[in-house]
Design a protein around this ligand. Structure first.
Ligand SMILES: Nc1ncnc2c1ncn2[C@@H]1O[C@H](COP(=O)(O)OP(=O)(O)O)[C@@H](O)[C@H]1O
Ligand SMILES: [Mg+2]
Length: 313
């Protein structure tokens, strides 16, 4: 690859209690990109990120982070939002941000000034002097995120940054991630929600059961599935299924099916000749979510959700 890599990992393995929860993951994150690590709950995303950052050591495999063989040597150039959040409740927001910067070597005075600017840009200017305990959970999470960028890191690693945010703050976070990329940073984030990834990612990896199942652009992922036809007949009838491809789903008044290789003209002619008519027709690209379900497998996804419920109980 000609472009330089912010992260390069090969064959990462992590075992917990004899179980390989990360089972040979490769990851190449080109510098300057927004990169998504996608996967269902329990896929091994957090464990992978922790290995990349040097918080835990892999049992097998190797990784390089910002050119460093040991990731912790680069930690002053890294910003990290862990999955389990936490700030000191008695600190003022501005101090909490400066404090996180100080941990990465940023002078306090610089951190305090930048904290105010960052909070204003994020629409939280009114809360700079509020104590963390006075903030809503979502606001505190954004403050923690600002604390992870205040030292202007080259690499930003965000573990499920969107979870726990309301839609307005999710949008603020998307803006912030784009602003970090515009500043020149590489952003790596994990999520199990496809919509954010679809809008943000230059590239993405899909992990399931500790293994990487896909790597490429959003377009590459969506391109794995054929275009979908959405057809609404004028006169609906179960017999229509006999004319459509076997995979057709009946969804209310609408029939949804993959566009056949030769196009849908012949099929439409047959439908009109049979008197079903055409009240509506659109042809749509499958979403990243559709591709995700196809790559991970509907059953594996259901199993992952069930396992999480058992774990939480
Ligand atoms: N410290 C640990 N000890 C034992 N099992 C763990 C530990 N951390 C994670 N796991 C297990 O490893 C699997 C992957 O976890 P994780 O990396 O958190 O997945 P994800 O972030 O994709 O939801 C899960 O089944 C989880 O319960
Ligand atoms: Mg996780």
């Amino acid at each position: 690859m000609s472009q330089s890599l912010a992260i390069s990992a090969t064959g990462l393995v992590k075992k917990f209690g004899g179980r390989r929860v990360v089972d040979g993951v490769d990851l190449q994150v080109p510098a300057g990109t927004i990169y998504g690590v996608l996967g269902p709950n329990g896929a091994g995303k957090t464990t992978t990120l922790r290995m990349l950052l040097g918080i835990i050591e892999p049992d097998e495999g190797s990784r390089k982070l910002l050119g460093f063989d040991h990731p912790r040597d680069g930690s002053d150039q890294v910003g990290y939002l862990p999955e389990e959040r936490g700030l000191y409740p008695a600190m003022k927001a501005r101090e909490a941000i400066a404090f996180m910067g100080a941990l990465r070597g940023l002078p306090w005075s610089v951190g305090r000034k930048r904290a105010v600017t960052l909070m204003e840009q994020a629409g939280l200017g009114y809360a700079v002097d509020s104590k963390i305990r006075k903030l809503s959970k979502g606001m505190a999470q954004l403050v923690q995120l600002l604390g992870s960028v205040v030292h202007q890191p080259d690499l930003l690693v965000l573990d499920e940054p969107f979870s726990g945010l309301d839609p307005v703050n999710q949008e603020n976070l998307e803006k912030l991630i784009r602003a970090e990329q515009a500043r020149g940073a590489t952003v790596l984030f994990s999520t199990h929600v496809m919509a954010h990834a679809e809008r943000l990612c230059d590239r993405l990896a899909i992990i399931a059961g500790g293994k990487r199942r896909f790597e490429g652009t959003v377009g590459d992922a969506r391109g794995r599935l054929p275009m979908q036809a959405h057809y609404t007949p004028e006169r609906d009838d179960p017999a229509i299924a006999g004319i459509l491809p076997g995979e057709a789903r009946h969804n209310g008044r609408e029939w949804v099916f993959p566009v056949p290789d030769g196009g849908i003209e012949a099929m439409l002619r047959l439908l009109t000749q049979s008197g079903y008519g055409v009240a509506g027709l659109s042809i749509e690209r499958p979403s990243l979510h559709d591709a995700f379900v196809e790559i991970v497998g509907a059953k594996a996804l259901a199993d992952a959700e069930a396992a999480m419920l058992t774990e939480a109980a």
